[in-house]
Design a protein around this ligand. Structure first.
Ligand code: AMP
Length: 425
């Protein structure tokens, strides 16, 4: 008798497992988000899943929700203070600086990445504690064409997947020349409003974030608030106009959103977000912007840069919301069903040969009955079942069964690999 083992463990709160067949969609989405970057001069970078906690505190910002509430921090046995990475930009910039990529005289350094990120957030649909992003950074050049390039590449990536109902929101947050005066003007305006204690505290630390408050009671009072776009210096204005006109020339529609500030402190000038209207409250599928001061904030030289991160989980949800079916290559094209010991041995060799020819092939393992094995063949989604019984062996043939039409043909054993490969290609 076999004893049933019932697992009492569950995936931690706010996380979920990716399992077949849905996991294939995730892989395809990651691949599609990265494809435009690979053909645009971005090189692949991979950094550790954790970093010194200070990197994020300084890089992302001491006053942000990410740093104050959402980081998974830990102290190692050796006494190091680490944090699971909540986002990618600070790590990628840290890696580029550490390897002196910026000194090779080849700016901008263009990098892309893909991986897991961790935030201790209140879980809900589209918001998880472990999620997946594909990101891109162009480090070390103050060129509005890079901002436009990145927005275009994200746009093209979403389009290549078949997404339609997304919008691009665009804003400029100014720079260290024009933002301080704007910040002061905004603070003065906000101090005169009727706000709760937390929000009043935020006015003093990061007043721009108040503009992003989703509550109706706050939004109502913000009518007439000073807007960054009316306070941009000439340089920021010219830069922003150039980004806008490059996008327009490329035929990409965007919406100017003067209240778009985003939740990370490092942004300067260009900020943008891709929102999808079928996702409810967690509508941002991706976002990014320029971070001209970040390198200096983490101890590096001045390296004006721009980047984005696109959420893989939410992109998959957006595809489902639009009813887009991805066209994925068949996981299995041929499913082999041997009957008897000798057939099993022969079939194992045939399946290996098929795989080496690039055919996706699988085999009924575990010595199951013919009926049972045919069920697996049908479930596998394969186009052909390859059958081999004792009589076939005696005659030196195998049977191809077309699982769409049900038609069955007999093929000489030494022609099986060549004929199946030809049929499928
Ligand atoms: P952010 O770094 O917050 O701008 O995030 C970039 C993108 O990552 C967002 O637009 C989302 O698509 C995705 N993302 C961020 N946080 C989460 C989360 N907790 N769960 C799922 N996706 C997320």
């Amino acid at each position: 008798m076999t004893r049933r083992f019932v697992s009492t463990f569950k995936a931690p709160k706010g996380t979920y497992d990716l399992l077949p067949p849905e996991s294939a969609d995730f892989l395809a989405v990651r691949e599609a988000l990265a494809r435009p970057l690979r053909r645009s001069g971005y090189g692949y970078v991979e950094t550790p899943g954790f970093e010194n906690v200070e990197l994020f505190a300084r890089g992302v910002g001491e006053s942000t929700d990410i740093v104050t509430k959402e980081m998974y921090t830990l102290t190692t046995k050796g006494g190091d203070e680490l944090a699971l990475r909540p986002e990618g930009t600070a790590s990628v910039l840290r890696a580029a600086l550490e390897a002196n990529l910026h000194k090779a005289g080849n700016l901008p350094v263009k990098l892309w990445y893909s991986g897991s990120y961790y935030r201790y957030e209140r879980p809900q649909k589209g918001r998880y504690r472990h999620f997946s992003q594909v990101g891109a950074e162009a480090i070390g050049a103050e060129d509005p064409a890079l901002d436009a390039e990145l927005i275009l590449l994200a746009h093209d990536a979403y389009r290549s997947l078949g997404l339609r109902d997304f919008r691009i929101l665009l804003n400029s947050l100014g720079d260290k020349r024009c933002r301080p005066a704007y910040r002061a003007a905004l603070q003065e305006f906000l101090r005169g409003l009727d706000l709760d204690e937390d929000t009043r505290a935020r006015i003093e630390i990061n007043p721009l974030r108040v503009l992003d408050d989703k509550r109706e009671s706050v939004q109502r009072q913000l009518t007439g608030a000073p807007m960054m776009r009316d306070h941009l210096c000439e340089e920021c204005k010219t830069f922003h106009e150039e980004v806008r006109s490059l996008l327009t020339d490329a035929g990409v529609a965007f919406e100017d959103d003067p209240r778009l500030v985003r939740g990370l402190d490092y942004y300067t000038r260009t900020t943008f977000e891709f929102v999808h209207d079928g996702l409810g409250s967690q509508s941002a599928v991706g976002g990014g912007g320029r971070y001209d001061g970040l390198s200096e904030m983490i101890g590096g030289p001045a390296l004006p840069s721009v980047g984005w991160a696109l959420g893989v989980d939410r992109t998959v949800l957006a595809l489902r919301a639009e009813g887009v079916e991805l066209e994925l290559p068949a996981a299995t094209e041929v499913f082999a069903v041997p009957i008897g010991e000798e057939a099993r041995r022969r079939m194992f060799a045939l399946v290996t040969a098929l795989r080496r020819e690039g055919v996706a092939a699988d085999l009924a393992y575990g010595g199951r009955s013919m009926k049972n094995a045919m069920k697996s063949a049908n479930r596998s989604g394969a186009r052909y079942a390859l059958l081999l019984g004792e009589r076939d062996l005696a005659e030196g043939v195998a049977q191809f069964k077309d699982l769409h039409s049900g038609e069955q043909t007999s093929v000489s054993l030494d022609r099986v690999v060549a004929e199946l490969t030809a049929k499928l290609r």
